[in-house]
Design a protein around this ligand. Structure first.
Ligand SMILES: Nc1ncnc2c1ncn2[C@@H]1O[C@H](COP(=O)(O)OP(=O)(O)OP(=O)(O)O)[C@@H](O)[C@H]1O
Length: 324
């Protein structure tokens, strides 16, 4: 469906103007390889600045790579970037030229631009607005909507005049749970009924875990892991996550607690530890008995989530985990 080989993109260095520092060149994508299968919901996960948006802008023909190839449904997108618009729908992070239109007209116009006749464009517009619960907002200009509503309206427009590949860059940012569910239901429905393939950029690992078939983790422009969520989780399967929430503060006067501190990620009253199962048992025994227990508000033990994988991989410290 979509094959990316050796994709490399470097943003050139910029000389600083008066008072502003110069910026060095940045290799935003470094020999990226990806294979997305038909009908798959494929995720691109990675920290800020990992190179996800740069990658999708090249896949969608909006930016030319320095090196490498992008093949989507047999089309060479690097040589023929204009073909991308015929085979994929792209929802970028930025607001679009549609912002000045009403929700209804944005959806209809997108359909018309994609070659639908007026009747068909209006039928699809009405169906998609209804599906996403946007009918009450149909007459409102997109520019005057809330952030989450605007995002949903742009998503709706992207769905009119169906394309076999949907490329969504952080589609649910700013959305409330009802809108998020509507988005994932719409994505799932298209995949089930029409075999639509979805490439999804996200930071939201918890959300991603439930919708993705496979995920590539990007860090500093390179793919450092690519597998199913379950496959990725196996890589940290030896670990258990222990969350300790203290009532007011950690009882550092208890030597066992003080000894744990260097291994904990601290966030307010919460300590998060990633431990081998037997260590986790020992920690639970310590904090649920004696002086530490008095200071403890809550604790949980959990098997690894995709978020743990993301954190384990995100630092780029475990590059040995790459799996093609
Ligand atoms: N137009 C640009 N000029 C110069 N550098 C850029 C440009 N766009 C992005 N970069 C740099 O390239 C790197 C990759 O950026 P990119 O936007 O692709 O990351 P991302 O993974 O999409 O991040 P985020 O999750 O924050 O959206 C970053 O270091 C960024 O600062």
């Amino acid at each position: 469906m979509c094959a990316v080989r050796g994709l490399t993109k470097t943003y050139p260095a910029a000389r600083g103007r008066r008072g502003t520092p110069a910026t060095p060149e940045i290799k935003a994508n470094d020999a990226v390889e990806l294979q997305v299968r038909r009908g798959e919901i494929f995720g691109l996960l990675g920290p800020n600045g990992a190179g996800k948006s740069t990658l999708v802008r090249q896949l969608t023909g909006l930016m030319r790579p320095d090196e490498g190839t992008v093949d989507i449904l047999g089309h060479d997108i690097v040589r023929h970037p204009e073909r991308a618009a015929r085979i994929l729908a792209y929802l970028g992070q930025e607001s679009t030229a549609l912002d000045d239109l009403t929700v209804s007209l944005a959806a209809e116009t997108t359909g018309r631009l994609r070659g639908l006749d007026v009747t068909r464009a209006r039928e699809e517009r009405d169906a998609v607005l209804d599906e996403l619960g946007l009918t009450p907002l149909a007459a409102r200009p997109i520019r005057k909507l809330s952030g989450g509503q605007r995002r949903l309206a742009c998503f709706a427009a992207a769905l009119v005049g169906e394309r076999p590949l949907l490329v969504l860059d952080e589609p649910t940012t700013g959305m409330d749970p009802v809108a998020r569910r509507a988005v994932w239901a719409a994505v799932d429905r298209r995949r089930a009924e029409r075999g639509t393939t979805v490439l999804l950029v996200t930071h939201n690992v918890i959300e991603a875990e439930t919708v993705l078939d496979r995920v590539a983790v990007l860090d500093k422009g390179r793919v450092i892991a690519c597998d199913t969520p379950a496959g990725l989780k196996e890589k940290v399967a030896g670990e258990v996550r222990v969350d300790l929430v203290w009532r007011e503060r950690a009882p550092l006067e208890v030597p066992e607690v003080a000894a744990l501190r260097s291994r904990a990620d601290e966030s307010g009253r919460r300590w998060t530890l990633r431990l081998a199962p037997e260590e986790a048992r020992a920690v639970v025994a310590t904090v649920t008995g004696g002086a530490a227990f008095v200071a403890l508000d809550d604790f949980t033990l959990a098997t690894p989530s995709l978020e743990d994988v993301y954190l384990a991989l995100g630092g780029g410290a475990q590059q040995g985990l790459v799996k093609a």
